[in-house]
Each structure stands twice: as structure tokens, then as C-alpha cells.
Design a protein around this ligand. Structure first.
Ligand SMILES: Nc1ncnc2c1ncn2[C@@H]1O[C@H](COP(=O)(O)OP(=O)(O)OP(=O)(O)O)[C@@H](O)[C@H]1O
Length: 597
């Protein structure tokens, strides 16, 4: 692992330093308790068994039992402390990642695959948990035990200690060679798992599954899934094989060394240069030295795997939010809206998120050789004003850039040139929370969460009471539908609100807007799924709510904007006309635009 990664991992763990110190103390106590029996055994043989002192034998036997019981209790305490520490670090990391992702702009999510993000939040964070709960603890314990047991052997007899420790450099060389290969394999396996997660998340979503069914593409998709599963399998099998090869090398090496130590000790006893008790104690300590020596290489490998996971989590944590709030951000002071000479292009080629969250080799869209480029301008020199409390209708051909206006107004994206102002304040200088409180949008596609109607509505105003919710639903002409649901407001709507029709989802989104009651309202094709009479009814009911507010109503239908104070006509990212509905002779303009599209 690069040195910088260790430093970052240490920085993250610094917040838990007291508990880590506690765990290290327990590990050291355990290591001390693990070598105690060897010394007691040495004395039991040399001072009790050999001279025939039975009182000494009983006393030292009792001491051995006591050390065993204390060691068991101390191990229990160490496991408990370690498990708690690892889970707390994991929980903290999950929340940090989630919180950081919430601050990402639309550009990040447009460039990243959902499954890959979820994989970071779940699989890779789990990898970090294993790193802390298993690897770091085992490594620390192995190191401490190695030092304590090595010193104990040295105290008993330096010649045996020398024979025991001569293995260390050989072990180091072997693990270094295996470590590099394992790092690459782990990276490949985690990428392959993220690919799989990402495909499953998309294809098994309600919309994805329906699209596959409608296009009869089930077999093709299964083949693709099989190909991705094979990539995961291949990387895992190669990793396991590498592990097994390392295990075999270690077994051979350790058996060689163990027999070597036995022979050295036996020769010393035969030549009267060592007591029997010291030989038994030294032999007992072999496992205490070779256990850690054998565990350390495996730890090193796991450390490599774990830090790959850590690095992948860190990559997401380091993704800078595309939309930042300045230090001196100000609350939005008014409700007028103005666009001045605004130009904007959507970034292309997944430039906005970490590369590993975008398409991977073999996936559609992955082509590192292709030069990066930006798309054609979505907006070009767009200028208009909506005075506070007035309504602007925005009409135009499909792809003209109408929805992009709403995204720039709420700072889902930032303009490339020009400025967007709310209440005379450039939105780039506005406090984001204040901006998003002031501006409310009913988007073209309504997103509903897989939860109850009530929870979906409370997203707009968390403390709204049942009466307020019911009033908003009545105004949005959705209350009778909610009442007919099996559990009313407590009915779970399914993935993305699958239990409701497109028009019902839209009306629920309008109810959500009514609960939020923002001062600036954007309705982006908010009634496009409604039949003409329901649309009329909803718009009529909304009038008192909209009357006092600044409104931008984006639509294809003339009827929806006939009450607007002014209307903007857009084509290919430009404003081609604006005026009152009457001035523009809107019908003609629209028909003209349609003919040209
Ligand atoms: N996330 C995105 N990434 C890249 N290009 C985008 C993205 N969203 C929109 N575009 C492009 O920007 C242009 C304007 O899109 P926009 O959604 O603003 O159009 P619109 O006028 O609302 O269209 P419609 O009436 O069909 O909803 C289109 O050419 C579209 O392809």
C-alpha cells in the first residue's frame, strides 16, 4: 500500500485513539499471559518434578491454572473491546460516506453508477471493518506476542532464540512478493463486484425489469450478468489460489524451522548445556513465536486487501462537491428570479465523478482512448426576469433546455457563463439550505421512495400534521386516491412509487410542494400525465397557492400557461421569443416551433 494510504488510515483512526490504546493494552496483557505458563512449566520440571518436591509441583500447577483462567477472561475482554471498536469505526465511516454523498452535485450522480456507489458504502466499508476487527488486531497481537515470546526465549536460552528468529527475513521476502500480486487481484475483484452490484441494481429496479421484459432482452441480460459473475469468480479463485500458495510455502518453512529448533535443543540437553525444564519451556514457546510469525505474512496480505477497500472508500470521500457553498453564503433575500446571459453545457464522458464509479472496461460507455469532450450547449445566452409574485410560462420544443433552467435555479448544476439570481442574489453566493427552502420544484419525473405515502409527503415538511397533509392532498386532487389505498396514508408505495399511476405520482408531488410551501415555485411539466379535465381541476385548485408566489411553469400545453404574466419561448437552448400570452399569439408560436422540431 502506498505510504500516503497508511497515513490517511491513521488520520481516520486518530479519533478512536483512546479505545485503540485500550485494545493494545489488553493485547499486551494477553501476550504476557501467553508466555507465563512456559516459565511456570520450566520451574515445575526443574524445581518440582526433577528434585521430587511435590509441594512445589502442586503450587506451580495451581499457578498454571490461575494464569489460564485470567488469560481466558482477558481474551474475552479484548474480543469485546475489539468488536465494539471495529463496529463503531465502520458505523462512523458509513455515515461519513453517506453524508458526503448527500453533498455531491447532480453531476456526480449523473457520472456514477448507483450500484458502484452502494458497493462502496456496503462492501468496501465492510472490508475496512475486517481490516480493523481482524487484520490490525491480529497483526498487533502477533507483533506484541512475537516480541514478548521472543524475549522470553532469549531469557531462557539465546542459542534457541537465534535458531527461532533466523526465519524472519525469509518470511519477509516471501510475503513482499505475494503482497503485490494480491493487491492487484483484490482491486480487480472489488471492481468486478461493483460492476455486478451496479448491473443488478439497475436491471432489477422496477423500470429496468420492465424495459428488459418489453424488449425481450432477458436472455441477453442474463448472458451479460453471467459474464460479470465469471469475472468476480475468476478474480476470487485466483486470490484463493495465491493464498493457498502462500500457505503451502509457510507450512514447509515452519516445519523445517520447528524441527531445526527441536534438534538444537535436544543436542544441548544431551551435552548437559541445557536443563530439561528449559528445553520443554522453549519448545512450548515455539508456537508462541511461530504462531505470530506465520500469522504476520497473512496479516500483511489482509492488510493489503483491507487498505484497497479503504482506498476505495476514501476515493468517494475525496470527491469534491461540484456545487460548493461559499464561506460568506447569504440567505436568499427575495423571491424575484433573473437569468442573465446564461450559458451551460452538461459535462460528458463521466467527467464529474471518480473514474472507478463510471463505466468499467467491457461496459457500454467505457473508452479511455476517446478524447473527453463536452456536449453541445444546453443553454446559450439566456436572459429573462420574473418579478416577485408573478408567473412566467416557459414553452418550447423537446430538448430546448427548459428543465435545465430549473436545475440551474436550484444549483443542481452551476452555470458556465452569466448568472442566475433569486431575490437579486447570485445563487452561487446563496446559502444552499435557504435557496432550496425558497425554491420548490415539481420535476418532470416524480421520484417517490419505497415507503409510506405519509413518509413521502413528510420529506417536504417533516412535522406536518395529518390535517395539513390531507389539505395538501385535497388541493392536489389526490386525497380520494390516498383514501382508497389499503392503509391510507400508511400504505407503502413500492419501489419508486410503483403502486401509483404516473398522474397520481405527479399529484402526490404537487401535494409535497404544497406542504413545503416555497416562495418560488417551478412546475416542470408537473401535470403532463394528467388528463385535460384533471389538469384543469388541479391548476384551478392551485391558483390561490400560486397567486402570491413567483412561479415558473414549464409546459408543452398552452392551457397550462394562459394565466401567466409572461411567456418565454425556447428553442435549441435559446430564448426565441418572450411576452404576454396575448402579445405572442402563443398558439401560432407553438405550432411554428413544433413544425420546426
Ligand atoms: N444530465 C444530462 N447530461 C447530459 N445532457 C443532458 C442532461 N440532461 C439534459 N441534457 C441535454 O440537455 C438538453 C436540454 O435538456 P432539458 O432537459 O433541459 O430539455 P427540455 O426542454 O426540458 O426537454 P423536454 O421538453 O423534452 O423535457 C438536451 O439536449 C438534453 O439532451
Amino acid at each position: 500500500m502506498p505510504r500516503g494510504d497508511y497515513a490517511r488510515l491513521s488520520t481516520f483512526l486518530f479519533a478512536f485513539r483512546r479505545r485503540i490504546a485500550g485494545v493494545i493494552v489488553l493485547i499486551t496483557v494477553n501476550a504476557g499471559l501467553a508466555v507465563g505458563p512456559a516459565f511456570l512449566t520450566q520451574r515445575l520440571i526443574d524445581e518440582g518434578a526433577v528434585p521430587g518436591d511435590t509441594r512445589r509441583v502442586w503450587f506451580l500447577g495451581g499457578a498454571l491454572l490461575t494464569v489460564g483462567v485470567v488469560a481466558a477472561c482477558s481474551t474475552l475482554a479484548e474480543r469485546w473491546a475489539t468488536a465494539g471498536l471495529a463496529e463503531d469505526v465502520t458505523a462512523r465511516m458509513r455515515v461519513d460516506v453517506f453524508e458526503h454523498l448527500q453533498s455531491q452535485s447532480a453531476a456526480f450522480f449523473a457520472a456514477s453508477r448507483t450500484g458502484a456507489i452502494v458497493s462502496r458504502l456496503h462492501g468496501d466499508v465492510q472490508g475496512v471493518r475486517d481490516l480493523i476487527a481482524r487484520t490490525l488486531v491480529t497483526a498487533t497481537s502477533a507483533l506484541v506476542t512475537l516480541v514478548v515470546a521472543g524475549t522470553a526465549v532469549l531469557v531462557l536460552d539465546w542459542r534457541i532464540a537465534a535458531a527461532l528468529l533466523c526465519l524472519t527475513p525469509v518470511l519477509y521476502v516471501i510475503t513482499t512478493r505475494f503482497g503485490a500480486a494480491l493487491r492487484e487481484l483484490t482491486q480487480r475483484r472489488l471492481d468486478a463486484v461493483a460492476d455486478l452490484d451496479s448491473m443488478a441494481a439497475e436491471r432489477l429496479s422496477q423500470g429496468g425489469a420492465e424495459a428488459i421484459r418489453l424488449h425481450g432482452a432477458a436472455d441477453r441480460e442474463t448472458d451479460e450478468f453471467r459474464r460479470r459473475v465469471r469475472r468476480v469468480r475468476d478474480a476470487a479463485v485466483r486470490g484463493a489460489f495465491l493464498d493457498a500458495r502462500l500457505g503451502a510455502c509457510l507450512t514447509v518453512l515452519l516445519s523445517l524451522a520447528t524441527s531445526g529448533v527441536y534438534v538444537v535443543a535436544a543436542l544441548l540437553v544431551a551435552g548437559d548445556a541445557l536443563s530439561l525444564g528449559t528445553m520443554v519451556a522453549s519448545v512450548a514457546l515455539i508456537t508462541r513465536v511461530y504462531g505470530p510469525l506465520a500469522a504476520l505474512p497473512a496479516c500483511r496480505m489482509e492488510l493489503v486487501a483491507g487498505t484497497v477497500s479503504f482506498e476505495r472508500v476514501r476515493e468517494v470521500m475525496c470527491a469534491s462537491p461540484g456545487v460548493r457553498q461559499p464561506e460568506d453564503a447569504q440567505p436568499v433575500p427575495g423571491t424575484s428570479v433573473a437569468f442573465t446571459e446564461v450559458a451551460f453545457s452538461y459535462p460528458q464522458d463521466h467527467a464529474a465523478g471518480p473514474a472507478s464509479l463510471g463505466p468499467q472496461p467491457g461496459e457500454a460507455g467505457h473508452d479511455p482512448t476517446r478524447p473527453r469532450r463536452t456536449s453541445r450547449r444546453a443553454l446559450e445566452a439566456v436572459t429573462f426576469e420574473v418579478p416577485a409574485g408573478t408567473t412566467l410560462g416557459i414553452v418550447g420544443t423537446s430538448g430546448a433546455g427548459k428543465s435545465t433552467l430549473a436545475r440551474l435555479l436550484t444549483r443542481c448544476w452551476d452555470v458556465d457563463a452569466g448568472k442566475v439570481e433569486v431575490g437579486g442574489l447570485d445563487v452561487r453566493r446563496a446559502d444552499l439550505a435557504s435557496l432550496r427552502r425558497t425554491v420548490g420544484v415539481v420535476a418532470q419525473d416524480t421520484f417517490l421512495f419505497h415507503t409510506t405515502v405519509r413518509e413521502n409527503l413528510l420529506l417536504a415538511r417533516p412535522h406536518a400534521g395529518d390535517e395539513e397533509i390531507a389539505d395538501a392532498c385535497r388541493t392536489a386532487r389526490i386525497w380520494d386516491v390516498v383514501e382508497r389505498l389499503p392503509n391510507g396514508l400508511d400504505t407503502v408505495l413500492g419501489d419508486r412509487g410503483v403502486r401509483l399511476s404516473g398522474g397520481e405520482r405527479q399529484r402526490l408531488a404537487i401535494a409535497r410542494l404544497l406542504l413545503k410551501a416555497p416562495e418560488v415555485v417551478v412546475l416542470d411539466e408537473a401535470t403532463s400525465h394528467l388528463d385535460a379535465s384533471t389538469e384543469r381541476a388541479v391548476m384551478e385548485a392551485l391558483q390561490p397557492f400560486l397567486a402570491r408566489r413567483t412561479c415558473l411553469i414549464i409546459t408543452h400545453r398552452l392551457s397550462t400557461v394562459h394565466r401567466a404574466d409572461r411567456v418565454l419561448v425556447m428553442e435549441h437552448g435559446r430564448v426565441t421569443n418572450q411576452g404576454t400570452p396575448v402579445e405572442l399569439r402563443l398558439v401560432d408560436t407553438l405550432q411554428h416551433a413544433r413544425q420546426r422540431s
